[in-house]
Design a protein around this ligand. Sequence first.
Ligand code: ASP
Ligand code: MG
Length: 407
Amino acid sequence: MALIVQKYGGTSVASVERIQAVAQKIKAFKEKGHQLVVSVSAMSGETSRMTALAQTIQDIPSLREMDVLLTTGEQVTIALLTMALQQLGCDAVSYTGPQVCIMTDSEHGKARIKSIDNHRIFHSLDQGKVVVVAGFQGVDENGHITTLGRGGSDTTAVALVTALKADECQIYTDVDGVFTTDPRIEINARRINVVSYEEMLEMASLGSKVLQIRSVEFASKYKVPLRVLSSLIDNPLGTLITREENIVEQVVISGIAHNKDEAKLSLIGVLDEPGIAFKILNPISSANIEVDMIVQSVSAREGLTNFAFTVHRNNFKTASKILNNVCKEIGAIAVQSDDKVVKVSLVGIGIRSHAGIATQMFEVLHNEGINIQMISTSEIKISVVIDEKYLELAVRSLHAVFELDKE
Ligand code: ASP
Ligand code: MG
């Protein structure tokens, strides 16, 4: 007998029929003799629907009230799923986050879990019940309801595994695991059998939307092996996310991620002197805008340099405005802005030990006539910013050359 934590995402509980199908799946696990704690998301589209509703009333909705609003989505699903289980003769009980004391800090909209009280859950498990817990939500020490950020139910599941010392964490979603790249772009994309936390973290932060980044960080910190599986397929294989040491057959490149939310801003003709990067980026970060890639060119003649960075496209307009002011203040020549760029990244622990992967990547892009606008690297990833019209071409040719379609 194992204690299993399962998480079902929004598309897996998108309708009454899907909820009933999930209940069947849970019942089958229960009948194998396992104990089950199930965490669920809101029905797909609900969180976005409620966010839009709030914005029709307040331009910038109250963060506290947003959390009160959004947590209702998960509350609907836990009740319906529990009813569906009961209807199948499978004893079950639902709990909201606050009911099982999922304690968080007070950062509304992006709270972090501090602790979970497992007593109630264990008590219900001992009574032979399936325990259904609302994902994405918690409560702070003053009793205010909080949420964990979009996709936060993944983190709830991982936190439940640590709090209960469960044997397994299964994340059920609408895809059959983590893929070498986006199957909508490359039909030969393959399901990855096993991948390290580190690589998954890079892929999640570089645009792969399978798991919330925080859930992978959490899993990595507490060494919780995660399995991503499809809730729509019977006997799915899925992808195991685990410690690098546990991976027997390591590959050089695990996947190609892409991010379409990028926008590039450049300041041309900046005096190359101490304090310049600070003067340019300080007003940007003061406006709460996150900067991703940063490139400063080698100083050319007359001690002038160019300074470029990328931001999320949602922040493009505000960032452009700020940069235009900075341009005047520091006496730079011009601002160039472009929100038609994307970021494509190669991810793999093999990059650490294989020289020349970057060169190989650049050669592929060169052969396709794709201009690289920016480059950034870390131990296990190489990212380039390119014109958005080359996204598909870049992903497909890299996928082929690095043979990601082959086992
Ligand atoms: N319902 C929340 C969202 O859509 C949390 C989740 O699904 O994980 O982001
Ligand atoms: Mg999700």
